[in-house]
Write a protein that binds this ligand. Structure first.
Ligand code: NDP
Length: 309
């Protein structure tokens, strides 16, 4: 028997128990799945950051911790975690992010807000440019950033992508490293943040970098809140340097009611819904990793602790 501990509180046991059992059965894995297993008997831990499990020291025989979320900033620095850590890369997560990013990019590109605000008989024609004349930049060309960048490129936007290591992706201008960032920002009429939160990416978009964007740029942040310095963004919105920001993630979540983002007319607040791990497909990813672990094969989506993602 393979003992799998479900150690997440959100998403709940009720959401994941049946999909996980189905996926283990489909993979032919003899699994005991429970929220309560003696630590030394646990083979795998299904984990999400909002968990009561914070000390991994007693899990001496655990072969891997399988995170249900794509982001691992809530666990990667845990000094008690010596077991391999895998993050979630899931079909549903990717499709959801593509849809959210595409929708909000088109909203800004077509200036849908302009027309929504003129539904009281005001006939004021305004023709937006074609996508081919609207350069977009995606910071982060990983599983999600790359998928979104390719989709936007297929819609006709000239897309620049930026990552830590140099990439070559058909249809995209790929830049990397600190030198590439200024260039990537300089053309970005719409900027999309799909970077993980690490020591290197925290506060990346400060007042200097916001000033490197073309005047009137729009920002979408489905990455992580601390990628942007909040006060710098508000100052850039107030000055007109940034026209609008759609923010899905925040330094503190839920975003406190008194936070100025809520009342700012150029900010749209989304409650961290850009993309959710979908239980049915995520359960298959968990099952596949357990199958690999048991077969002695390399685990999928291993987190590199030194990189932090
Ligand atoms: P990946 O790990 O696949 O990709 C991360 C990308 O960021 C890589 O291209 C990586 O470069 C790049 N990167 C990391 N550090 C740096 C750096 N210092 N400088 C330049 N580039 C850097 O992550 P995913 O695409 O799967 O997810 C991205 C993030 O999206 C997650 O970490 C999470 O924070 C967020 N997310 C948000 C959700 C939401 O609902 N709002 C849902 C899911 C994820 P390289 O390729 O060279 O390694």
């Amino acid at each position: 028997m393979i003992n799998v501990l479900y150690a997440a509180t959100s998403p709940t046991w009720e959401e994941y128990e049946a999909p996980l059992r189905r996926a283990f059965d489909a993979a032919g894995l003899p699994v005991t799945l429970s929220r309560d297993i003696a630590p030394e008997q646990v083979d795998y831990i299904v984990y999400a950051p909002k968990s009561d499990l914070t000390d991994f020291t007693p899990y001496t025989n655990t072969k891997a911790v399988l995170n249900l979320w794509a982001g691992v900033e809530g666990i990667v620095g845990n000094q008690t975690l010596t077991q391999p850590l895998c993050r979630m890369v899931d079909h549903g997560l990717e499709r959801g992010m593509i849809e959210w990013v595409t929708g909000h990019t088109l909203r800004h590109h077509l200036d849908i807000d302009y027309f929504l605000a003129r539904q009281s008989g005001s006939w004021e024609p305004f023709v937006p440019p074609l996508a081919q004349d609207r350069p977009v930049t995606v910071l982060g060309l990983g599983e999600l950033g790359r998928a979104c960048a390719v989709t936007l490129s297929q819609l006709g936007f000239p897309v620049t992508g930026w990552s830590r290591t140099q990439k070559q992706i058909d249809g995209l201008t790929c830049l990397s490293g600190p030198d590439g960032l200024e260039q990537a920002l300089s053309t970005a009429q719409i900027l999309i943040l799909l970077l993980p939160l690490t020591a290197e990416t925290t506060d990346l978009l400060d007042s200097t970098r916001l000033a490197q964007l073309p005047k009137g740029a729009c920002i979408l942040n489905p990455g992580r809140g601390p990628l942007i310095v909040d006060a710098a963004l508000i100052a850039a919105l107030d000055s007109g340097q940034i026209a609008r920001a759609t923010l899905d993630v925040f330094r503190q979540e839920p975003l406190p009611p008194e936070h100025p983002f809520w009342a700012h007319p150029q900010v749209t607040v989304c409650p961290h819904i850009a993309s959710e791990t979908r239980a049915s497909t995520a359960a298959e990813v968990i099952a596949e990793n357990i199958r690999r672990g048991e077969a002695g094969e390399d685990l999928l989506f291993r987190v590199d602790r030194t990189r932090g993602y």
